[in-house]
Design a protein around this ligand. Structure first.
Ligand code: OGA
Ligand code: MN
Length: 367
């Protein structure tokens, strides 16, 4: 605690800075294994809020609304085994979603950050062009970066327009049915039975990536939840208030965690100031090492990931975090007609890192 306070005091230097920005900078330069992380809530602990002074509430889930068979088919445990503040996906199945993010969802017609800088045929098959480099075991050695390692975001369904911060009716491609199914089960268990997965933003973080402070308000119906699934390396997630001058709460997001932002929390400021490398620098979270069950349920949307494919995914994830966010854009039963009335736009939402061009300069952590 003292260490943390001392560090924080050293960070007060910038007078006009809001409380959120201050903590963003603090966690961006935080050191794993030190007192820096003492106030970060860890949902995997018996008492997750141990040092943080925050109380974590277990909120009940609608166990009866989602059948055991439906959760099983989505690769999830029965709802009565979930913890509302952080879910454990069925371990073996996390591999399916990682593989989809890297191999399938990164393909056309989905849109990605590389499209702007490359011709269409070069971005046709990022996985195909990267697998040789990534399958090579020696990830620590200097080697050319694969396209997958340059991938920062992919959009699905109604494609988010980063320039005008809107979705539009005429830029839509089919939303992946397996991810829509997974999202439906999770939303239903949280009491949102008519949730429609209409847009997705997939974030591909390197160890030095950050996601800037933002509110997701571009969706037209804010009564619907926003679902966020995390895989690979852990991150510090900051959840703030409606205004930027409210200090945020820091919490870990580990592989397999699902964050649901709904109700009051749907329009709160949030950010990811830090991806945390494993202490030994190489290994993957244990939950990803668990092999698949021998038999999959009938009608399963999650498929086994082959040994060869997993080799590529595992090497990639040693230095990466993948986050899938799923959103309903339109109000149920409404159409795009209503859209014109919406005038508010989303605040800046940038995934930054040293190898990625940014619209706004990165702050120097030592300043
Ligand atoms: C987002 C987002 C958080 C995360 O994509 O809007 O807030 O955990 N992602 O990566
Ligand atoms: Mn967000």
């Amino acid at each position: 605690m003292m260490g943390t306070m001392g560090k924080m005091a050293a960070l007060v230097a910038e007078p006009s800075e809001d409380a959120f920005r201050k903590l963003f900078r603090f966690y961006r330069q935080s050191r794993p294994g030190t007192a820096d992380l003492g106030e970060v809530i860890d949902f995997t602990r018996a008492s997750p809020a141990r040092d943080s002074g925050h109380k974590v509430f277990r909120s009940p889930l609608s166990v009866s609304l989602v059948s055991e068979q439906d959760t099983y088919r989505a690769g999830l445990q029965p709802v009565n085994k979930w913890k509302a503040y952080g879910l454990e996906g069925y371990p073996g199945y996390q591999r399916h979603w990682v593989k989809q993010c890297l191999k399938l969802y990164s393909r056309k017609p989905n849109v990605c950050n590389l499209d702007k800088h490359m011709v269409a045929e070069e971005t046709q098959d990022l996985w195909g062009q990267s697998q040789e480099l990534l399958r090579n075991k020696d990830v620590s050695k200097k080697r050319p970066r694969s396209l997958l390692e340059k991938l920062r975001w992919v959009t699905l369904g109604y494609h988010y327009n980063w320039d005008n911060k809107t979705y539009s009716a005429d830029h839509y491609t089919p939303f992946p049915p397996d991810l829509a199914y997974l999202s439906k089960q999770v939303a239903a268990a949280c009491g949102f039975q008519d949730f429609q997965a209409e847009a997705g933003i997939l974030n591909y973080y390197r160890l030095d990536s950050t996601l800037g402070i933002h509110v997701d308000r571009s969706e037209l119906d804010h009564t619907k939840p926003l679902l966020s699934f995390s895989f690979g390396q852990s991150a510090i997630f900051l959840l703030g208030g409606l205004k930027r001058d409210e200090a945020p709460t820091a919490m870990f997001m580990h592989s397999g965690d699902i964050m649901v932002m709904s109700g009051f929390s749907r329009l709160l400021n949030h950010a990811v100031p830090r991806v945390l490398p494993n202490f030994d620098g190489t290994s993957l979270p244990r939950c990803l090492e668990v092999p698949l069950p021998d038999s999959l349920p009938a009608g399963s949307v999650a498929e086994p990931c082959s040994v060869e494919d997993w080799q590529v995914c595992a090497n990639y994830l040693q230095t990466a975090r993948v986050n899938m966010t799923v959103r309903q854009v339109l109000a149920t039963g409404r159409d795009w007609e209503e859209k014109e009335k919406e005038t508010t736009s989303e605040s800046s939402r940038h995934l930054d890192d040293k190898n990625h061009e940014t619209k706004r300069p990165r702050m120097n952590p030592n300043s």
